[in-house]
Design a protein around this ligand. Structure first.
Ligand code: SF4
Length: 484
């Protein structure tokens, strides 16, 4: 445990995140710990100084005090105190995290901010390298993504995106962080579908009154195709009748063992253009190890079936740094991806969340999932994916980061020209309002009053709770005062 004493306790949790860039998933406390990090702040003669000491080393950062609004002052204070701590940690450990001092989940925002301030893409890249110590490769990734997002990052006024969550899976993956009550085994499907239909109807009225129109719809999970075909069809039919006119519909058909010709034909008939068939890995041994309960061959068959039935926009998700996987296992997964040639590929870095079975097996029990070794492996795999996919004609088009990711890396969506998913971009960049229905779904609404403001309305995560309280969930959205 690390003890962190700071003159700016309002940033305690952000400072903990900086420590975790270097020490992994470590506990941080204000009062206890084996190693002490001490911080003093002074504001004198128009200068802000943050001084950090630990283990006999000291690091200080001084900058002119910023005479802005309270919100700007808070933002810049936070940035400076984090940078000063980051500087000390770099000296102490000799490590250079790929995303430098950035701990947020949307680094592309910094590139956009810099470009809005008048910088060219090249200057914006240099800015994130200089100010945040991001590596040049990652800075280049950000500008590549900004180029791909040109013209499709925002929606026209009055448009929103829709998310529908189907929280059921046949078996639970080892890295899944949902609790049993949040990811059902199918017994509650029928009442869940009824609750969802009710939420769709309540929200239809709300969107009609606000004069809002649907741009892109996304059905995720869980595994939407884990429920019976007729149930999934009822949900899609109700959503499309309530919110007509979408230019894009995606359904995650994540587990290949839930995909069959009947479901694919139904999706096609309902105008679902984009599906996701997720191998995660093309190694049977890895799939067994992570509890996926399907083989690599089944993924290939599901993909070919979808192609044969006319799907021309198929995404595949893969995960780097799965336990026990070597770089050559991952290279094999990329070989198969190249042969199948899906239209988009999302490359995730494994995130071992505390609530997952994998955390229990590998981290808590100390089963040799060495942080540094895993970080290096993850970093090599992610770099390999970038090189191979780019050479194969896929381009990075969206990116996000999560806590507890192997090697402090990132998740990146790559797409062939014209196959970038609008929903993914709008959701990750927070440039489009998202109406989110179903257990655990979080509605995010953008209000452009004087400044851009995002309001959230979360649905309860527990499936039974959601079914019992669905009217209240719709009420939470109504309370946002949704309008154009
Ligand atoms: S498919 Fe996703 S939601 Fe379902 S068990 Fe695996 S990780 Fe969890």
């Amino acid at each position: 445990m690390i003890r962190l004493q700071t003159d700016t306790p309002q940033f305690f949790s952000d400072l903990g995140d900086v420590l975790r860039l270097f020490y992994g998933d470590v506990a941080v406390s204000m009062s206890d710990g084996d190693v002490l990090f001490e911080h003093h702040f002074t504001d004198a003669d128009g200068q802000w100084t943050d001084r950090w000491t630990s283990q006999g080393r000291e690091s200080a950062l001084t900058q002119p005090a910023w005479p802005g609004t309270p919100l700007e002052v808070k933002r810049l204070r936070k940035r400076q105190v984090k940078s000063a701590l980051y500087q000390l940690l770099r000296e102490l450990t000799g490590m250079h995290p790929p995303w430098g001092s950035l701990t947020g989940i949307r680094p592309t925002r910094l590139i956009y901010e810099a470009m809005e301030a008048g910088m060219s893409p090249e200057e914006a890249e240099k800015h994130v390298v200089d100010v945040f110590d991001v590596t040049p490769e990652k800075a280049r990734l950000l500008t590549d993504i900004a180029r791909m997002q040109q013209g499709i990052r925002e929606a026209a006024p009055g448009m929103f995106d829709l998310y529908i969550g189907i929280p059921f899976c046949k078996t639970r993956c080892a890295y899944c962080s949902f609790s049993a009550g949040e990811i059902g085994d199918g017994k509650l499907v029928a009442p869940y579908v009824e609750a969802l239909l009710r939420e769709i109807e309540l929200c239809r009225k709300m969107m009609d009154e606000a004069g809002m129109k649907l741009r892109a719809g996304y059905v995720g999970g869980g595994t939407p195709t884990a429920i019976p075909c007729a149930d999934l069809e009822r949900i899609l039919a109700a959503a499309q009748a309530a919110f007509p006119g979408a230019v894009e519909w995606t359904v995650e058909a994540g587990r290949p063992d839930t995909i069959d010709a009947e479901k694919l034909r139904m999706l096609k008939a309902r105008g679902v253009g984009r599906i996701s068939v997720n191998p995660q890995s093309f190694s049977d041994e890895t799939l067994r190890r992570i509890g996926r309960a399907h083989t690599a061959e089944e993924t290939v068959e599901a993909f070919r079936l979808a192609r044969a039935l006319g799907f021309d926009d198929i995404n595949m998700d893969v995960i780097a740094a799965l336990p026990g996987e070597t770089v050559s296992d991952f290279a094999h997964t990329l070989d198969v991806i190249e042969q199948l040639a899906p239209d988009s590929v999302t490359v995730h870095s494994l995130a071992i969340k505390r609530s997952s079975r994998l955390h229990e097996q590998l981290v808590t029990a100390g089963n040799g999932y060495g942080q540094i070794e895993a970080s290096q492996r993850a970093s090599e795999m992610i770099a390999l994916a970038r090189t191979r996919l780019t050479a194969g004609g896929w381009r990075p088009y969206y990116l996000y980061r999560q806590k507890y990711m192997a090697g402090n890396l990132e998740n990146v969506g790559y797409a062939k020209p014209g196959k970038a998913c609008l929903y993914n971009i709008g959701n990750m960049e927070e440039t489009v309002s998202v109406l989110a229905l179903g257990a655990g779904a979080i509605t995010k609404w953008l209000f452009a009053d004087r400044t851009l403001r995002i309001e959230r309305a979360p649905n309860v995560r527990n499936i039974e709770e959601y079914i019992a309280r669905v009217d209240e969930m719709a009420g939470r959205k109504r309370a946002l005062g949704i309008r154009q």
